[in-house]
Design a protein around this ligand. Structure first.
Ligand SMILES: Nc1ncnc2c1ncn2[C@@H]1O[C@H](COP(=O)(O)OP(=O)(O)O)[C@@H](O)[C@H]1O
Ligand SMILES: [Mg+2]
Length: 361
């Protein structure tokens, strides 16, 4: 079997490693030269919307998947007659537009923050009256790692936000004073079998994920999150891994967004569960039975952003994953995962890694 993957970044690389372990070959399409996934399969160097290259990929693969969310939906439609494409294009379509995504949550009775669609400068005032401040303005499309967002602390900031983000479809959201953030990752097979990963507690700094810790010992929250992910997976007739990000306030969960792909907040699953999110994504789309998502211990993951310091490389507390990418401001270059017997031991190891990521000056 051969799987075609649109995108050859670190997610493609980790999918590729998992596929290769299962004896499955991967072929990628990516515009960059020598991307991370080149380590685990042939890369067709081409734009994501180059129809000739995409058709060549679909023609030579048994199934197609994608590792990032900005693949044009039309691209998936153009090849799904040649090879099956998972997750389904409809899931990608909802996740690409924050307004669509929120309407989907609401239709499925998944609780979410209050929001207001913005098309004009006047709508910004209406949003502020409806939601109050603070509120957060986001571009409906193409945002990632906190990009395309503006926090409105007071009404006087509306002009600055409009200056920065106006002229494209926007959405305003109530700013949620959450206790913490979690994500729930689920996987659904072609036959409709579903497996859910233990909840992960995530810390973002400047909109970028810094650390994930799992499991979260709170069965009430875990059950609710699992129920929401089940609803999404079944409703979308989904195949593959899906990640749902949620805000936690007390015992309440509010859905923030979902990603129709393997997710950074599930990287700990490589060492921290019996079957990683990458292996289960491959299993799902390849028509294999899903593997167990049970934890193997208390896992912690620290993202290595902008640089991987010598101090981090020297640590022997966990597993370093170096994606082999050139350093660039804000860029995720790798991560380190630890698995401990207790949450306290795990947190102590995460602290050690966190200290090592700061370069000695
Ligand atoms: N409505 C909100 N209230 C409070 N914090 C928010 C809200 N929306 C986003 N954030 C913060 O910004 C981070 C990134 O926003 P998110 O909507 O997940 O966009 P991205 O696509 O960049 O991940 C979130 O993980 C959270 O920390
Ligand atoms: Mg997010």
């Amino acid at each position: 079997m051969r799987i075609g993957i649109i995108g050859a970044g670190q997610l493609g690389q980790m999918l590729g490693f998992a596929a290769n372990e299962l004896g499955i070959e991967c072929r990628f399409i990516d515009p960059s030269q020598d991307p991370p996934a080149a380590k685990c399969g042939k890369v067709i160097q081409s734009a994501f919307d180059d129809s000739v290259a995409l058709i060549a990929l679909a023609d030579t693969c048994d199934v197609i998947t994608y590792e990032f969310e900005n693949v044009p939906v039309a691209v998936l439609h153009s090849i799904e007659g040649i090879a099956p494409v998972y997750p389904p294009a409809d899931a990608l379509r909802h996740s690409q537009d924050r307004l669509d995504e929120k309407r989907l949550f609401a239709a499925l009775d998944i609780p979410l923050p209050n929001y207001y669609a913005i098309e004009s400068r006047d709508d910004m005032d209406n949003a502020a009256s409806s939601l109050g401040t603070p509120m957060i303005i986001k571009t409906r499309r193409f945002g990632y790692d906190g990009k395309g967002q503006f926090i409105i602390k007071k009404i006087a900031n509306l002009d600055a936000a409009w200056e920065e983000l106006g002229g494209q479809p926007l959405i305003a959201e109530q700013f949620v004073a959450f206790d913490y953030e979690v994500s729930c990752i689920g996987v659904r097979s072609i036959s409709g079998e579903i497996a859910i990963y233990p909840l992960s507690r995530n810390v973002h700094v400047d909109g970028i994920l810094r650390t994930s810790r799992s499991p979260v010992i709170n069965s009430k929250l875990a059950d609710k999150a699992s129920e929401y992910v089940h609803q999404l997976l079944d409703h979308l007739n989904y195949v593959g891994v899906l990640a749902l990000e949620l805000f936690v306030t007390g015992d309440t969960l509010l859905a923030n967004e979902f990603a129709p792909r393997v997710h950074n907040s599930g990287h700990w699953s490589i060492e921290g569960t019996e079957t990683s999110q990458f292996e289960n994504h491959i299993r799902a789309i390849a028509g294999l039975p899903l593997g167990s998502t049970a934890s193997t211990g208390c896992a912690g993951m620290v993202n290595l952003i902008e640089q991987i310091t010598g101090a981090t490389r020297k640590l022997e507390v966990g597993q370093l994953h170096d994606y082999g990418k050139a350093p660039r401001p804000g860029r995720k270059l790798g991560h380190m995962t630890v698995v401990a017997d207790t949450p306290e031991q795990r947190d102590a190891l995460v602290d050690i890694i966190n200290k090592s990521v700061i370069k000695a000056s």
